[in-house]
Design a protein around this ligand. Sequence first.
Ligand SMILES: [Zn+2]
Length: 347
Amino acid sequence: MTPSPNRELPELAELERIIEEGAGLFTARTVCEVSVDQQRFPVYAVTLGNPDPTLPAVGYFGGFHGLERIGSEVVLVYMRSLLARLRWDSLLHRELETLRLVFMPLVNPGGMWRGTRANPSGVDLMRNAPVDAREPVPFMVGGQRISGGLPWYRGPLNAPMEAESQAVCNVVAEEMLPRPFSLAVDCHSGFGVLDRIWFPYAHTAAPIEQLAEVHALKSIFDETYAHHSYVFEPQSRQYLTHGDVWDHLYQQASAQPAPAPRIFLPLTLEMGSWLWIKKNPRQLFSRHGIFNPLIAHRQQRVLRRHLSWLDFLARSANAYQRWLPSGDALAEHRAMALKLWYRRTPA
Ligand SMILES: [Zn+2]
């Protein structure tokens, strides 16, 4: 692997160092390339663990939005931690015998290099998938086709997806959807004061089919990490959008002909950044500051805090057969979830 000559993108440099140091353990491939201002950036997909498609998988994604560097960094810190553990942790080696891990920590390197939320074509990669909201979305924020010069641009009507979005869809379709069980987590920042874990849908306030499974995952997380500070909820509880790539992939997974039931649960980690600003109002005057902790100790705390959540996903996916509900438990979890998130009491 030839390291990228560009050192102005530290997240890409760190990813390439991890790939190089993890050679023989991590497998990396370039799934698309992005040109911007005479620069060319690779978008990498990195895999680890057993490729057998009958085994479960977890996908870790970050950097869809070029301003949210902390999202990429959280995934990179987890990859770095796995690399260190691979040298001594025999339980991790055993876990990887029955688990596949997939990483795309830097989906939008062009946007990150330029310091924009969108990709270099001005498209917001989280508004770019072919999904239209079923109910009214907030003006602009929900996705717009007025202009790529304005934020939250979806791209032209009926155009193919942007190369970066398509690359994510290809990796998920190839590495995750064929499996009986897979989880994805996509790391973002910039919304609210609390750390949130969102699950689909973003395009409608209606519940997903696998609501019981999400609720069961939340339950084992709550029981295992008492007093954690995440708010687990459907994204639709906060705001609806057009073009959410995880809604699109979730729908693709649901539409698969199923010889055996397949479950794909895409989650978003939305790190609450407004607290960082409250503690350091000067961040308001920095474009990066609204989305990233600027003070070193705060950044370290953020990077450290999410490691257990990311590791929990690997362990829970690996052991999905132990906690996925069935029979009466399935109906009970669904009823609890409807009450908790949709204020519905089942008849
Ligand atoms: Zn984002």
